[in-house]
Design a protein around this ligand. Structure first.
Ligand code: HEC
Length: 124
């Protein structure tokens, strides 16, 4: 553990500060790396999947506001819906619905899609 020792024989030297800053920077880098975040999926793969599968009906790109199928919610809007969190999306993607009877997304594809769609929120 890092403790502040105020005894006179142990003064803070500039090199200590540099070391502490470097350690903090490393900790931050670790925190923001995909492996350390709570997300399971890869947003880039999710986008590729969405463009291949969902884009025939949904607007998939971050700035796209009008879907090819007008009733299909654009993903940029989807990501902003209150309550549309990872869990809700996950449940939805495992449940076929009227317009997408054969469309059940599972496993890594599902995690990737969720990472992409929820990630759109942060870009707005
Ligand atoms: C064949 C067209 C079509 C495809 C392909 C399609 N969707 Fe949809 N989707 C729709 C339509 C139409 C709606 C709105 C009507 C409904 O909910 O049944 C919808 C609704 C949704 C909703 C719920 C939106 C809301 O406002 O509640 C989500 C989430 C969704 N789609 C995700 C996806 C994802 C993810 C993919 C790709 C894996 C996908 N859809 C592919 C047509 C499609």
């Amino acid at each position: 553990m890092h403790t502040h020792n105020k005894s006179p024989d142990r003064q803070v030297r500039p090199t200590d500060i540099v070391k502490a800053a470097a350690a903090t920077a490393m900790a931050l880098a670790l925190l923001s790396s995909p492996a350390a975040s709570a997300e399971l999926g890869d947003a880039r793969r999710g986008r590729a999947y969405a463009e291949a599968i969902c884009a025939q009906c949904h607007a998939v790109a971050p700035a796209e506001k009008a879907s090819p199928r007008l009733e299909a919610t654009p993903f940029s809007v989807l990501s902003g819906l209150p309550g549309l969190n990872e869990r809700a999306l996950g449940v939805f993607l495992q449940t076929p619905h009227a317009e997408m009877p054969n469309l059940v997304v599972t496993g890594q594809d599902r995690d990737d899609l969720i990472a992409y769609i929820t990630g759109l929120r942060r870009k707005q």
